[in-house]
Design a protein around this ligand. Structure first.
Ligand code: SF4
Length: 361
């Protein structure tokens, strides 16, 4: 059996059922419900959409009531689903449809749906395939994964070449009979969501393993090919390490500053920073350097101390730590154990631990 027949047979037996937007009247799906559910499912898991969907369509039972509501009312009903641009687009599309169609009339082609705000090719295809039996292919993230494994697609994830190849594969696999399109479309989504999983595809339970090249070659885990890792941009920074010794007690304290309320370390305590392009004032020496990786960039940190804090380059001696701090750095001074109890980012914590070791040496 070919891909479509095997998938349809599996879908009849084991496809996911019971989602409210799958309900039919006289064998027909509710177009408004399918449209709203497809938009909700764009970036949200089925389980979460299940919890929100009925409340939303009770609040806006049809396209006209959605179009007549204010954007604020629609956003309030969307609250908790996230990605609020979807709600704005849904409302704008309802307004456009109300102007162009009578209340029970809908666009009949994938292209007409795709022209509405917030609807890409795959979502538009899912609506016309499910509601109007049109032979239009879907290609959401789950389906891409299934097809990339079916053909052992070499282009990496996210590439235009992969997209082109998979649209051709998706269209070529459609069932011949238009009447099979609703079940086929739903079954393909179900397969990606429940069997051909990203990390552990359940190939032995898969209805389309006979056509799957990745299964045949035992390489399911190698596809889709990952996106090539982009080199992270490097941001240089200089942290200033200023240690004071209390002349009467001999206690050493370290100066830190609280970070502004915006930024990656908002509100946390860290070393005062000096612009890495500015010339370093005389009397400062570099103590050490390290880097810390964020998801989008690498922070290259060099740590600088007043020379009087340094015994020899690279080493710190408690005896040499002296009272020193420029007023304009607005630091708060505490002992290192006290700082370790405060809200501090992980690389600052690691630096404090190394500094503790250096001070003991
Ligand atoms: S056989 Fe395995 S890898 Fe191939 S489509 Fe099925 S679950 Fe995915």
């Amino acid at each position: 059996m070919a891909f479509a027949e095997e998938l349809l047979a599996w879908g009849r037996r084991q496809g996911r059922r019971g989602m409210p937007w799958q309900e039919t009247t006289d064998g027909r799906l509710n177009v408004y419900w399918v449209w709203v559910s497809e938009v909700m499912l764009q970036q949200t898991q089925v389980q979460t959409v299940n919890d929100f969907f009925l409340a939303f369509v009770r609040r806006f039972p049809n396209r006209t009531s959605l179009a007549r509501a204010s954007v604020d009312e629609v956003l309030a009903a969307w609250s908790g689903l996230g990605y609020y641009r979807r709600a704005r687009n849904l409302h704008a599309a309802a307004c456009q449809l109300e102007l162009s169609y009578s209340p029970n009339e809908w666009p009949g082609t994938r292209e007409a749906w795709q022209a509405l705000p917030g609807l890409g090719r795959s979502t538009a295809a899912a609506i016309v395939a499910s509601c109007f039996n049109q032979r239009e292919a879907i290609l959401d993230g789950n389906v891409k994964r299934v097809l990339a494994r079916q053909v052992c697609a070499e282009p990496p994830w996210g590439s235009a070449a992969l997209e082109r190849l998979l649209w051709i594969e998706a269209q070529a696999r459609l069932p011949k009979q238009p009447a099979a399109m609703p079940l086929y479309t739903q079954s393909l989504m179900d397969l990606g969501a429940t069997v051909c999983l990203p990390k552990r595809p359940d190939c032995l339970r898969c209805p389309v393993r006979s056509t799957c090249k990745a299964f045949e070659t035992g390489s399911s885990h190698e596809f889709p090919r990952p996106k090539p890792a982009k080199p992270r941009p490097v941001r240089q920074t200089r942290w200033l390490v200023v240690i004071r010794r209390d002349r009467s007690t001999g206690e050493l304290t370290l100066g830190m500053r609280q970070q502004p309320e915006q930024g990656v370390w908002a509100g946390l305590w860290s070393f005062p920073v000096m612009d890495s392009n500015a010339p370093m004032p005389q009397g400062w020496s570099q103590w050490e350097s390290f880097h810390h990786d964020f998801s989008h960039f690498r922070l290259a940190v060099s740590l600088w101390m007043p020379q009087t804090n340094l015994n020899r380059p690279g080493e710190l001696s408690a005896q040499d730590a002296v009272a020193w701090a420029p007023d304009d750095l607005l630091m708060t001074f505490k002992t290192i154990p006290d700082w370790l109890e405060q809200g501090i980012p992980s690389p600052v914590r690691q630096t404090l631990l190394r500094l503790t070791q250096a001070l003991k040496a």
